[in-house]
Design a protein around this ligand. Sequence first.
Ligand code: HEC
Length: 84
Amino acid sequence: MGQNWQFIQAHCTACHSAAIVTQNRMSRESWQASLRWMQKEQGLWPLGQNEKIILDYLAKYYGPQTSGRRRNLPTHLMPTKKSK
Ligand code: HEC
């Protein structure tokens, strides 16, 4: 969890679970488009200056480059056969 997560939680979990946010990986533009859609169709309030903070956060932690898989373990941390 990054700085400002409480902030995202306060704005983004009022109508749906946080999972709907955290399961997504999108570019900043797509996140913004989602916000616009919610504002237009779902009654999401205007975010004003907070929108930048929210988009910065989402793009950083839930951007498309963040792969769902963790990185491979470095070789020296891989289990070896003899450690059974
Ligand atoms: C005023 C209510 C409301 C608020 C606040 C809200 N949402 Fe939503 N959001 C919705 C609704 C309604 C849906 C559709 C839910 C469903 O399909 O179950 C949705 C769906 C979504 C989806 C899935 C959309 C898709 O294209 O698949 C994402 C991602 C999302 N919200 C992100 C956010 C984020 C990030 C915030 C905080 C800035 C937020 N929501 C705040 C109402 C809201």
